[in-house]
Ligand binder design. Structure first.
Ligand code: F6R
Length: 586
């Protein structure tokens, strides 16, 4: 959600912090702020909008001092306003904080602090941390004791960094990510290694329930009782540094275009894990998939294909739903969690629930340094490089490729998958971009789009609708072809566009019948198929493939269509409104 960053070292803090915030903007981007300490004084600047805009307005980079903190926000408590933007300073102005997460008992804490004379400038839950720290610091006059006392009073999920006007930094982690970057003469604190990867690749992953104190060149990690914890420095892959758009206009376009290549890398960094997983699945009694958003949609395809090609029955559970029916998971089962970021709070919660009944956790993740990776028994890496655009694109196809590899293992190679052919299909579809751009222009004024598919194409219809909603803000819905006459047909008229996913396979004729019924009601039809039909007002050609690999070929044109329609509508495809890349709050 939000990103937090802190710096203490020999260089000017503000430019380093602003650079880090730019890289982490994918986590939340409705407002931004920086505070620095210089000569025992805290100075703070913030504003509404993305880093580039706010920096050009208020010159965040010019703040003085070699110690600082910064934040990009994704609003949870309170509107998107300058007052609600972080950092928040305590009433005395001697402490400033940045926070990611949710303080569940903030109302009670705020009421208590108000009774003691504290004022509040924002509607946020975060501001209570600053004033609580002030209150406890005035009593203990010691940063360590202040942190222990303050943390003991907070409920919820959080990571926060506090900066004191004596130049000390303190940060705590409780169910939200927090990582230390260790430089030669400096320390970084950040929600994500991307916040400091250009400066150092030496990192310390702070465990849940620990806090950090940084005073000049001295750094300590302690548990919430104040006991010092030994720490280990690990190296992160320099590949994280590959987060520039290059010649592409947007990350989303770059990431869509990379797929002809990223599909070769999926799972390649964890080959043994794929074999191990296939072996476990062969003998498991109960197997469940879980994920959110696009990752959940990938699990629907996994369920279908595993059943059909490996005769293995599985269930897919939306991560955020598991808490309401924890008994739907049998003890001692296998839970396969799908997550690009490995930080989605809902997914982590589902994993927690499954662990309580002794389930084995297998995860398919892009970020191998994530919390989910550390919570899992076996990890398979999507290995598709950082995905910065908020809408999941290349991570989805990498998830599918990993699934294909598991199926290959399960069937001892009897199900053969030609990855070269998939890659070449993706390249051919990417060449269709001019045709897709023209169609994007046609849908820009439309208020409702339906995406229809049958069989394996139904989950793709659901995923397509999600992509259209996210990137274009047009209402979209995935429909199983056969369900059309059970309700959605009532919505078909000349104001509606329907995308028909209709490659020539066992679903072809039935889907064409659905197209006919829709066309008779005046709706416009975009056909995605290897074969043209007079049912289609617009045709997006995909190469002939097979049932296993069509899901990938069908996804690419919808990703492109959503991207180009976003441009037509003048919305930012990389950072859709109200969304964040890593949803680390429940
Ligand atoms: C859709 C999208 C989201 C994510 C969801 C899960 O384009 O980006 O729906 O798929 O938030 O995120 P991860 O996979 O990081 O757990």
């Amino acid at each position: 959600m939000c990103s937090i960053i802190g710096y203490s070292g020999d260089d000017n803090a503000a430019p380093i912090i602003v650079k880090g915030l730019r890289r982490m903007e994918y986590r939340g981007y409705d407002s931004v702020g920086v505070a620095t300490e210089s000569n025992n004084r805290i100075e703070l600047k913030k504003g509404v909008g993305k880093v580039e805009k706010v920096n050009s307005e208020v010159h965040l980079e010019n703040l003085p001092g070699k110690i600082g903190i910064g934040h990009t926000r994704w609003a949870t408590h309170g509107k998107v306003t300058e007052a609600n933007a972080h950092p928040h300073s305590s009433n005395s102005g001697k402490i400033a904080i940045v926070h990611n997460g949710i303080i569940e008992n903030f109302e009670k804490l705020k009421d208590d602090l108000k009774k003691e004379g504290y004022d509040f400038q924002s509607e946020t839950d975060s501001e209570v941390i600053a004033n609580l720290l002030q209150k406890n610091y005035e009593i203990s006059k010691n940063v360590k004791d202040t942190m222990i006392k303050t943390i003991s009073e907070l409920r919820g999920h959080y990571s926060f960094i506090a900066m004191f006007d004596n130049g000390q930094l303190a940060a705590a982690r409780f169910h939200e990510p927090l990582i230390i970057g260790v430089g030669e003469k400096n320390y970084f604190l950040s929600s994500d290694v991307l916040g400091f990867i250009e400066q150092t690749d030496d990192v310390i992953y702070i465990d849940n329930g620990n806090f950090v104190l940084i005073d000049q060149d001295k750094m300590q990690i302690l548990d919430f009782n104040g006991k010092e914890i030994k720490h280990q420095i690990t190296k992160v892959s320099k590949e994280f540094a590959d987060v520039y758009k290059g010649d592409y206009a947007h990350f989303t376009l770059k990431e869509i275009s990379e797929q002809s290549e990223t599909i070769f890398r999926a799972g390649e960094n964890t080959k043994e894990a794929i074999k191990e997983v296939a072996d476990l699945l062969k003998h498991a009694k109960n197997i469940y998939f879980t994920g959110s958003g696009t990752s959940y949609n990938a699990s629907l395809i996994a369920k279908y294909l595993l059943s059909k090609y490996a005769k293995i029955k599985t269930e897919s559970i939306i991560s955020s739903e598991l808490q309401f029916s924890p008994d739907s998971i049998e003890p001692n089962s296998i839970l396969i969690a799908l997550s690009q970021s490995g930080e989605s709070a809902d997914v982590l919660e589902a994993v927690n629930i499954a662990k309580k009944t002794n389930c084995k956790i297998i995860s398919i993740i892009n970020s191998l340094t994530s919390t989910l990776a550390r919570e899992s028994d076996i990890v398979i890496g999507m290995n598709c490089g950082p995905e910065i655009g908020v809408a999941a694109t290349k991570s989805f196809t990498s998830q599918l490729i990993i699934l294909y590899k598991i199926i290959q293992e399960l069937t001892d190679g009897k199900v053969e998958i030609n990855f070269e052919e998939i890659s070449s299909s993706i390249s051919k579809i990417l060449e269709e971009h001019n045709n897709i751009k023209k169609i994007a222009n046609k849908i820009k004024e439309i208020s409702d789009i339906y995406v229809l598919g049958r069989g394996i194409h139904y989950p793709i219809a659901i995923e397509s609708a999600l992509k259209i909603k996210e990137l274009t803000y047009i209402h979209a819905e995935g429909i199983a072809g056969g369900e059309l006459k059970h309700g959605p047909l009532a919505l078909m008229d000349s104001n509606v566009f329907v995308i028909i996913i209709n490659p020539e396979d066992s679903t072809y004729q039935d889907t064409l019948t659905s197209a006919r019924e829709i066309k008779a009601r005046g709706a416009k039809i975009i056909g995605i198929s290897n074969k043209n039909s007079d049912m289609y007002d617009f045709w997006i050609k995909i190469p002939k493939a097979n049932e296993l690999t069509y899901p990938i070929s069908e996804t690419i044109p919808i990703q492109l269509l959503s991207y180009y329609a976003a441009l037509e509508k003048d919305t930012d495809p990389d950072y859709p409104r109200n969304l964040a890349k890593s949803v680390t709050v429940k």
